[in-house]
Design a protein around this ligand. Structure first.
Ligand SMILES: [Zn+2]
Ligand SMILES: [Zn+2]
Length: 575
């Protein structure tokens, strides 16, 4: 009997099946079932195989008999007949190819049928040898774009999206804090600094009994196994195949180690240099007063900064981007926090590619404490997403306005995420846009245009009197798609000039604008909106990721329009 599969292996199984089905030209409905299943399973923190063996799998949302049967088959035999059947039909390398930006299943299959390309290496070679430009609909530009896409794809390996990992890390912290031998526990590293992608989970614990902590930690059901164990250090791996490093110190040094392991490396180097100029030496165990040789341990991080004459610097700012000087001068920002956000201005529904009804999305927003929300579904040119033309948009408005009259506790606004077309025109006439409470304009096509054309599109959109914000302004998909060629300074200046807001999109594979871009945009006078781009009612949970990204960009609530009560928000006018 094969060993029990990890959660990551089971999730990969369903991702594989749905990918192969897409390659096979399967209709979207079975695909959506697998997509739903893999979404549920991906978030499940303890062993799926255990749950399945106990017969409990179908208690999970979106898991039906077909999925359960396949999981059980996989556990029993290490294989799934359906997948083997598909594998025999297509080379596995096509799956990597179809996930390259701008490629998709049809093109991947076409490349295979026309040029016998079966994997990324062969595709790379074919592009370098200009073999693609002979094919219909492909040219020199296709080859350049594909080479760039391959490079992006190769660069991301080994990093995970922070938003996918953080819930797991938070659970570890919770479990540690509940242990009798634990005094304090936190996660550190780039996750604590709220970087959008991370390599592993670093945990820091204060305890007088490291061995008891390590025993209890190693027994957590979220862990698939442990690798190395020292006196105060344990490394382990989760069912989702993430590495976890656990470090334990005596309580009096907890602040020192937490500060040290939170980083960044650049921040710590700068901090040490700053301390040295003031007669102190900082290491992971203490702060030493050089003249007297006295070593002072710090139970909290705040004490570390205080000892060398600085105000506490929040982890999100520790990137060696001027935070030490700002702290010294008392100029640190008053960073935005999650409860500051009162409204969400970019929400989808099943009228286009959202996965829930207008009412369920509204209830989701209400449950998350939002005071107002705006539906911004896709516009007509996104045929794949069943985008709205003027007529359906008008119908949708009626439905939203009607629901608004009978749903207390939240105000529902009508909007659209209107496409900025390749030539810079908007995808809906001004007469339609004029009916709406709020219009977000986004680029969803012709990503590889030169900077001048991208900026022409952005300018046209921002100069439209009805366009209130630019959605996911750079189009980046973390690890999957490079941003389009936006001149960020120019964008921010235009935004400030026209009174158009720039979005921080909270999808954790977008986080667009990025923190550094937000900081620059605000410096140049732009106002920000923080939006979920929710497609599921649970996506409102993602708001926190946009808050984190904003904090990395030194963002304050005063620069974010949807921190305002509805009446003040409505009072904003375009310039
Ligand atoms: Zn969009
Ligand atoms: Zn959207």
């Amino acid at each position: 009997m094969p060993s029990r599969p990890s959660n990551a292996q089971i999730v990969r199984l369903f991702d594989l099946i749905s990918d192969y089905l897409a390659l096979d030209g399967e209709s979207p409905y079975p695909l959506m079932a697998y997509e739903r299943a893999s979404r549920t399973l991906r978030d499940y923190p303890v062993s799926i195989a255990d749950l399945a063996s106990r017969g409990g799998l179908r208690e999970l949302p979106g898991i039906g008999e077909a999925i359960e049967t396949k999981v059980l088959e996989f556990i029993a035999t290490g294989e799934v007949a359906k997948l083997d059947e598909l594998r025999a039909k297509y080379p596995e390398g096509l799956l990597e190819i179809m996930h390259l930006p701008g490629v998709g299943p049809k093109t991947a299959r076409h490349l295979w049928e026309a040029l016998a390309i079966t994997n990324l290496d062969e595709l790379k070679l074919a592009c370098e040898r200009h073999a693609l430009r002979g094919l219909p609909g492909m040219g020199e530009k296709t080859e350049t774009n594909m080479l760039r896409a391959i490079a992006t794809y190769e660069a991301r390996s080994g990093r995970s999206l922070a938003g996918a990992v953080e819930p797991q890390a938070a659970k570890f912290v919770e479990a540690l804090r509940a242990m009798p031998a634990v005094i304090s526990a936190d996660y550190a590293g780039s996750l604590r600094r709220r970087r959008s992608t991370i390599r592993d989970i670093d945990l820091v614990v204060a305890s007088a009994d490291p061995s008891a902590v390590m025993d209890a930690f190693a027994a957590l059901p979220e862990l698939a196994g442990t690798n190395e164990r020292g006196d105060t250090k344990l490394t382990a791996v989760t069912h989702t195949e993430l590495n976890v490093d656990l470090r334990i110190v005596p309580e009096p040094s907890y602040g020192n180690l937490l500060q040290h392991l939170t980083g960044s490396a650049g921040h710590n180097v700068a901090l040490r240099a700053y301390a040295q100029r003031r007669g102190h030496k900082i290491c992971e165990y203490n702060v030493e007063h050089v003249a007297s040789g006295r070593q002072i341990t710090c139970a909290t991080e705040a004490e570390v900064y205080e000892l060398v004459g600085l105000r506490y610097i929040p982890p999100e700012l520790r990137e060696n981007q001027g935070e030490i000087e700002a702290s010294e001068e008392g100029l640190l920002p008053d960073l935005i926090e999650l409860p500051d956000v009162r409204g969400d201005l970019h929400v989808h529904s099943d009228w286009t590619d959202g996965r829930a009804t207008i009412e369920d999305m509204a209830l989701g927003a209400l449950e998350h404490g939002l005071e107002y929300m705006c539906f911004c579904d896709h516009s007509q040119s996104l045929a794949m997403a069943r985008g709205l033309g003027p007529d359906r948009l008008a119908q949708q408005m009626e439905v939203i306005r009607e629901l608004n009259t009978r749903l207390p506790g939240i105000t529902l606004l009508c909007g659209i995420e209107v496409d900025i077309l390749a030539d810079g025109r908007l995808d809906l006439p001004d007469e339609s846009l004029a009916q709406l409470d709020f219009v977000t304009a986004s680029i969803h096509s012709a990503f590889s245009q030169p900077r001048a054309q991208i900026m022409k599109r952005m300018t046209n959109a921002m100069q439209n009197p009805y366009v209130r914000s630019i959605g996911h302004p750079t189009g980046r998909l973390l690890g999957r798609r490079e941003p389009y060629d936006v001149d960020l300074d120019e964008l921010a200046r235009l935004a400030a000039e026209t009174g158009t807001f720039l979005e921080i999109n909270a999808s954790y594979d977008r986080l667009d604008l990025s923190g550094p871009a937000v900081r620059r945009a605000v410096e140049l006078g732009a106002k920000i909106v923080i939006c979920t781009d929710a497609h599921y009612p649970t996506d409102f949970d993602n708001l926190k990721y946009a808050i984190w990204e904003g904090r990395r960009g030194w963002l304050e609530a005063k620069d974010v329009v949807n921190t305002r009560p509805l009446s003040e928000f409505r009072a904003y006018r375009k310039a």
